[in-house]
Design a protein around this ligand. Sequence first.
Ligand code: GLU
Length: 318
Amino acid sequence: MSSPAPGLITSAGAGRFAPSPSGDLHIGNIRSGLLAYVRARQTGRRFLWRIEDLDRVQPGAAQSQLEVFAELGITPDEPPLVQSDRLEVYAEALNRLAGQGLVYECYCSRKDIQQAPSAPHSPPGAYPGTCRDLLESERERHRQRLDEQGRRPALRLRTDNAEVTVHDRLLGEITAPVDDLVLRRGDGVFAYNLIVIVDDGATGIDEVVRGDDLATSAPRQAHLAELLGLPQPSWLHVPLVVNTDGRRLAKRDGAVTYQQLRALGWTRDDVFAWMGASLGLAGPKDAWSSIDDMVSGVDFDGLLTRETVFVPPDGSGD
Ligand code: GLU
């Protein structure tokens, strides 16, 4: 592992919650964030908050997400890190990878990728490598073509499609092939996998607790951490809350946000009682009624890995 680049400074011992400010948090997002906090408190880590606002931002959502957590008794230990303030740091990380010869321009549209035959030995769904080894003259031609369409090339990571395994405290080994993932999109937005691991490294996040829909991203992020000389965090992916069809809970399922549930008469105690019941864990009292009850009541070693179904109280999700 090489040493971290300047600007990618690391310190030790923190967990985090990193919601995208794309709207109000639903009860499933909230549960993942509460669990991240509980784990940080149980293990003596700082609890940090990151506003992942490079994509899909709803004005006011970041503030309202923080307010919901404050109402539930949680304030982060440091002011939130805002991704849109950190574009230079991400550019520097990208340069570092480019300096290792690991970045190339990709001119493919989504359709190009879908229609391209997959490369021999590459994992299903992997980028087929169309733009990996083009001649400079071919690149020039593609740049011109994109320019005429008002598009810009994306930047991809050069990989050998090797499988990477990480260990998850709850799920055990997670193995996934790391393909030539996008580092910066054609619209200039830095890609999720790159900036997440850069920020985790910069803020000393040494354990990532988040929803298990992101479990398969962990090998990619671990691979990028390795290339950037950043320490590998440990991983703990918690089960999701789903709707009655078994799909990830979403706004269209009805009253699923804290604000909606409060409007329907749920109290804070009801929220914590639901957390306790949904996690199948006994609290110190009959039901949890505060974040402190959760900190003393959650046992990560006994946490169920199966999903929880949430039925909105007014039945509007039916
Ligand atoms: N911003 C991502 C989300 O809201 C989470 C990123 C992460 O925890 O790594 O789904």
